[in-house]
Design a protein around this ligand. Structure first.
Ligand SMILES: [Zn+2]
Length: 72
């Protein structure tokens, strides 16, 4: 039996759910380039980094400002 399995993470458009996604290099404006995904069906584009941001935000609670008023 073969337990070798390739898990291919296929990007899906968050707008229309299409899997016709192309990868593109996009400038963020800070002189950096990051990989952006573009939907070939509806044209929606989103940065790949946002996907990891979403999971990080979902696992961690919202950053609450510590109510520590330090007065002099
Ligand atoms: Zn789409």
């Amino acid at each position: 039996m073969s337990c070798f399995r390739v898990i291919y993470h296929e990007p899906v458009c968050p707008d229309c759910g299409s899997s016709e996604i192309t990868e593109d290099e996009a400038e963020t404006g800070d002189g950096l380039t990051e990989t952006a995904l573009t939907c070939r069906s509806c044209g929606t584009a989103w940065p790949v980094a946002c996907v990891t941001d979403w999971t990080a935000t979902a696992s961690t609670p919202a950053p609450s400002a510590t109510p520590s008023l330090t007065r002099r």
